[in-house]
Design a binder for this molecule. Structure first.
Ligand SMILES: Nc1ncnc2c1ncn2[C@@H]1O[C@H](COP(=O)(O)OP(=O)(O)OP(=O)(O)O)[C@@H](O)[C@H]1O
Length: 237
């Protein structure tokens, strides 16, 4: 059963078509990778889904709620959480306080927010940083912190924008472990990623964009054999 449905979405910025007639679905409890060369329109698609930039045409649905045209807050209330390409960490606040910022969006009670934030820090394997300034954490840890903050809003779908970029193989593995745990919780994940060795082994499905259009969709095995996908990536070298 699909949780998110992207239906014929196009997004234009003046003369630039960043997304063109893109359709795909994310099933409940599934991991879907959204990949493609630089400038393919992946972040634009995230912005459309999360309410940061409405589609020019087309519709986006979360179950029976039409979210296209909604504000980011309304999309969050409909169950869409996100992380950003550049982690927006509050560096002088502690790790716990950073996650509490997310928790406060749905629960104004300080005790509840603290408890939920502490649980989520452990969930992303950052329990030891609870009372440390977020600025003292590595990039990899800050990315997982951003994931915990997004989870604090209790999404049913989590959009993750390049959480593995620039990480070493150990850090990629740690991040992959967290993504798998998120799926185990029944939360769907839509992941924009250039680190294909991180996303390919764990994705239930892959959607490939190139120049704004969907050029392939299927299992990781299917898309990695697809001549159109190979050509798009080789053309990007
Ligand atoms: N606000 C904007 N105004 C004008 N053009 C934009 C805007 N946002 C994105 N674009 C253009 O839309 C196209 C798609 O950009 P987008 O950032 O979505 O690609 P991407 O696949 O996320 O790229 P990357 O992998 O490099 O992050 C690009 O040509 C980009 O310059």
């Amino acid at each position: 059963m699909s949780l998110l449905r992207v239906e014929s979405v196009s997004k234009r910025f003046g003369g630039i078509t960043a997304n063109q007639d893109v359709s795909f679905e994310v099933g409940a409890g599934k991991i879907v990778g959204l990949i493609g060369p630089n400038g393919a329109g992946k972040t634009t698609m995230f912005n459309c889904i999360a309410g940061y930039a409405p589609p020019t045409t087309g519709e986006i649905w979360m179950n029976d709620i039409k979210v296209s045209g909604m504000s980011p807050e309304q999309c969050a209330r409909a169950g869409i959480g996100r992380t950003f390409q550049v982690a927006r960490t509050f560096t002088s606040m502690t790790a716990l306080e950073n996650v509490m910022v997310g928790a406060f969006l749905i629960n104004k009670n300080v005790g509840d927010a603290r408890q939920s934030a502490a649980r989520l820090l452990s969930f992303v394997n950052l329990g030891q940083f609870r009372d440390k300034p977020a600025g003292s954490m590595t990039i990899s840890e800050q990315r997982r912190l951003a994931v915990a903050r997004a989870l604090a809003v209790k999404p049913r779908l989590l959009l993750m924008d390049e959480v593995m970029a620039g990480l070493n193989p150990t850090e990629v593995r740690e991040t992959v472990d967290v993504v798998l745990k998120i799926r185990e919780e029944g939360i769907s994940c839509l992941i924009v990623e250039h680190v294909l060795e991180g996303i390919m082994p764990i994705a239930d499905a892959i959607v490939v964009l190139d120049y704004g259009k969907k050029i392939a969709e299927g299992s990781p095995e299917q898309v990695s054999r697809d001549p159109k996908v190979i050509a798009a990536y080789l053309g990007d070298e």
